[in-house]
Design a protein around this ligand. Structure first.
Ligand SMILES: [Zn+2]
Ligand SMILES: [Zn+2]
Length: 353
């Protein structure tokens, strides 16, 4: 008779533990990914030079990779949709990191996170059992203690366990043993599952974490399209950028011709040239702010120093630029001979300085 009762007790404890693990598994899986994302984001910031600084540093790496790949379509996307280009660039890097590192770093991070959670659960099992025995608690009391002990180490809501809290379990010590025995195999299965299939939302979580350090203003110079380098979105004061581009890159041409403007904004604002607004109004470059609108929000100061980068770009993609903008590098838009001597290596070295 007593053997039968004990058997029934053991069966009900095993059912109870089975249910508890059924609820614990998805909670552990979520917590594992929550712990992984900041570890991966942190490691990317520490080991990938493109992500180790602010957005201006990232842009430098983007310009390097654009020059290395020499793909005009990529340049077009960068010039015309910089924000989405940056976002895709970051996303590709996270995906590459996650697949390349799957065999080593991700494994290590996962092992550490699995170890942390395993310890948290094991100590919660032991602590809650010890206290429940002190207070001669019911199983409902044990569950309260167990969830309390897990605390913020594992997001595991007590309310999900209402359906089992009234089960009659007298042998709390046997409950502890059964829970502890199930821990190792459960964690091994979870670790393997996590390794074989990364969480879908993880890339965007990492992206958000990296973006915190890479945010900034996305306004583009109304003449050449260079992106404001202020690190604060919606910042006070004028937009500005240390290096403008030849206007031809965004399609600028001299009036009544199909000749590109190859001059930089910084030299035009010191010249006696005019530009023409959509309504036909002529504005001297020297007083470009009088054009109002976005022109009034940019600070473009006369400067003759220029980077070789866009000169090389104009020479290298001359035919593509002429084709897409239906304009020519002729007349006042003739490319200076000196520009054609700039090599890709000059450009890369200049950026890496
Ligand atoms: Zn400009
Ligand atoms: Zn700005």
């Amino acid at each position: 008779m007593s053997f039968k009762i004990s058997c029934q007790g053991a069966t009900s404890i095993k059912t109870f533990v089975g249910f508890l693990w059924h609820k614990l598994t998805p909670a552990i899986s979520n917590t594992l990914w929550e712990k992984m994302a900041p570890k991966i984001a942190g490691d990317m910031r520490a080991t990938c030079p493109a992500f180790s600084g602010n957005r201006a540093n990232l842009e430098k790496h983007i310009l390097l990779s654009l020059a290395e790949n020499e793909n005009f379509d990529d340049y077009w996307e960068y010039i015309h949709n910089p924000e989405s280009f940056f976002r895709n660039y970051i996303q590709r890097h996270i995906e590459r990191y996650c697949s390349e590192q799957r065999s080593n770093k991700i494994k290590t991070f996962l092992k550490i996170s699995v170890g942390d959670i395993k310890n948290a659960i094991l100590s919660a099992i032991h602590e809650s059992t010890a206290r429940a025995k002190d207070k001669s608690s019911t199983v409902s009391g044990w569950l309260d203690l167990f969830c309390d002990q897990l605390g913020d180490k594992l997001n595991f809501p007590r309310k999900d366990l209402i359906s089992i809290e009234h089960q009659e379990i007298k042998d709390i010590e046997f409950l502890k043993e059964t829970m502890s025995e199930a821990l190792n195999p459960a964690m091994i299965t979870l670790e393997q599952k996590c390794l074989s299939k990364p969480e879908e939302g993880m890339v965007s979580d990492i992206q958000n974490m990296l973006s915190e350090h890479l945010c900034g203003c996305w306004e583009q110079c109304p003449f050449c399209g260079a992106i404001c380098t202020n690190t604060i979105p919606n910042h006070d004061g004028d937009h500005s950028v240390p290096f403008h581009r030849p206007q031809a890159i965004s399609g600028g041409k001299w009036v009544n011709t199909d000749h590109f403007v190859i001059d930089y904004c910084t030299s035009l604002v010191a010249s006696d040239c005019y530009f023409i607004l959509k309504d036909g109004c002529e504005i001297p470059f020297k007083t470009y702010r009088h054009a109002g609108g976005e022109y009034a929000t940019w600070s473009i100061t006369p400067d003759t120093s220029t980077q070789p980068y866009w000169k090389w770009f104009v020479c290298h993609f001359r035919k593509d630029l002429e084709y897409v903008h239906r304009k020519r590098f002729r007349g006042k838009g003739k490319i200076p001979h000196a520009w054609t001597n700039i090599t890709k290596q000059n450009v890369l070295n200049d950026l890496k300085k």
